[in-house]
Design a protein around this ligand. Structure first.
Ligand code: GLN
Length: 495
């Protein structure tokens, strides 16, 4: 048995049957990280010694009958923009290179309460701005399916770590696709919950009206499990909502008979890679065979979504990142003669190019004289986009569309041209603009052997509908049994 190949629910089974111990599981992951992390570069910081010690303590408690939680001793990776008390939390930025979080995000508290073990903080695009993880100030994470390609972004470290079996699952954040898109490019499952379902307290903000913490897992059951653990109203986040205690595993029925699925034709047109399109149509046929009703519809938003998203996201970012000035938060320059210079030099040294570009752009669209022309118009379009989705959900349960217009691209292929990278977000951003839940699951590989992702979007708080649809497809298609990321398994060191 290869321990690191197992899903969390499989690990739980083996723990329950006493086929495995917590120490064995942690040891297997720590060893795998020690062997493979240098090929993938998915972590900014690892906590392997701490993890090994924690595992021993948990195992002792289990042996003494003290802990009975189902998740005690399960390891996890956490994106480096989520505060975990005592850990370095850098947002992959020089600005926060030495920041040790003095408190934990609510999601991290919840995992801690279950005795889940944090193995490390995962690499990302700086302040979650990007689509390839190439914007990290520290390292470029590699795609485990092909080490010369990007893992997607901005939660690229989390996605690559899960795909390479360095962690069984991970947390990420998704402002415009940063969970779904890297999940798609790395051949795993990525779920972005409805805005408000999961507390954002302790998530370092990029664009507060779009940001959402979510999960990256090997399969849909694990997604449902991790969502169950982190969802819920939090007094510390006034935008979080109380939906009661839902166990999302209960909705996994393996049945989509009568489910109404819409394919928005605008997202299947120009710009979509032919092989990706073919895989999605094949997936739609599988849904039909399983008893779902699939129809092509028009959701006329495609031409507006990127402009709307980038205006709103950058406007909010320019405001959120104002606090990193070398005084209140973040890197402080060494030499300065007055306070103005502290601000200027600290921010110039601390932020990377993409972050600066967005702060400048965001400041511009909010400035007097341009506010009405850009920001206000974007807000109107936001309402229009939501309304278009609402219309679709009057008749359909789910929208099926690509997660990404292409499979994983080469490292360096788009990094010189920000517009090319923004275009790669075309399929994911509207979900955040409208506050909807979306999941990406693998639905095949292209002729290069790279995974293709399918995105299922639901109406607000309809996580159960998309999880069940994703699960039903997964049970039929069996992606994980058919395909494995060969590059990492073949890479230099053998397991
Ligand atoms: N790629 C998008 C951006 O750069 C989305 C990022 C995200 O979801 N954090 O804004």
């Amino acid at each position: 048995m290869n321990i690191t190949d197992l899903t969390v629910h499989e690990l739980q089974e083996k723990l329950k049957n006493k086929e495995l111990t917590v120490t064995e599981i942690t040891e297997a992951y720590c060893n795998r990280i020690e062997e493979k992390e240098k090929d993938i570069d998915s972590f900014n910081t690892t906590y392997l010694d701490e993890a090994r010690n924690q595992a021993k303590e948990i195992q002792e408690k289990i042996n003494n009958g003290e802990i009975i939680g189902d998740y005690a001793g399960i390891p996890i990776g956490i994106k480096d923009n989520i505060c975990v008390k005592g850990t370095r939390t850098t947002c992959s930025s020089k600005m926060l290179e030495n920041f040790i979080a003095p408190y934990s995000a609510t999601v991290a508290e919840k995992l801690n309460a279950e005795n889940i073990i944090t193995l490390g903080k995962t690499n990302m695009d700086e302040f979650a701005m990007g689509t390839s993880t190439e914007n990290s100030a520290f390292k470029i994470t590699k795609n485990p399916w092909d080490l010369t390609r990007v893992p997607g972004g901005s939660s690229g470290g989390s996605a690559a770590a899960v795909a390479a079996n360095l962690v069984p699952w991970a947390l990420g954040s998704d402002t415009g696709g940063s969970i779904r898109q890297p999940a798609s490019l790395c051949g795993i499952v990525g779920l972005k919950p409805t805005y408000g379902l999961v507390s954002r307290y302790g998530l370092i903000a990029y664009a507060s009206s779009l940001d959402q913490i979510g999960v990256l897992t090997k399969d849909v059951r694990d997604s449902a499990k991790l969502l169950t653990l982190i969802a819920g109203k939090d007094e510390k986040d006034s935008t979080s909502e109380d939906k009661g205690n839902i166990n999302y595993e209960d909705c996994l029925k393996n049945d989509v008979k009568g489910l109404k699925i819409a394919l928005p034709k605008e997202f299947f047109g120009e710009g979509l890679d032919k092989e990706v399109k073919d895989k999605l149509y094949e997936a739609a046929e599988i849904y039909k065979k399983l008893g779902a009703e699939v129809e092509e519809i028009s959701v006329d938003i495609e031409k507006y979504v990127l402009a709307t998203y980038y205006i709103i996201a950058d406007a909010e970012a320019s405001s959120n990142l104002g606090r990193f000035d070398g005084i209140r938060y973040g890197h402080r320059t060494n030499e300065y003669s007055n306070i103005e210079e502290i601000f200027k030099k600290s921010r110039s040294e601390g932020f990377g190019d993409e972050v600066k570009r967005r702060i400048i752009f965001g400041t511009y669209v909010l400035s007097s004289g341009y506010y009405d022309a850009y920001y206000k118009k974007a807000q109107k379009l936001r309402t229009y986009i939501s309304n278009e989705f609402n219309k679709a959900f009057e008749k359909y349960d789910i929208i099926l569309m690509p997660t990404s217009p292409t499979t994983a691209f080469k490292i360096g292929e788009k990094s010189g041209d920000p517009m090319q990278l923004y275009l790669a977000d075309i399929d994911t951003v509207s979900v955040n603009v409208a506050g909807l839940p979306g999941i990406s699951i693998p639905c095949g590989v292209d002729s290069k052997g790279l995974p293709v992702g399918m995105q299922l979007i639901g109406n607000k708080f309809q996580e159960e509908t998309i999880l069940n649809a994703a699960y039903t497809f997964e049970q039929e298609y069996k992606f994980r049994e058919k395909y494995k990321p060969q590059a990492i398994n073949k890479s230099k060191i053998l397991i």
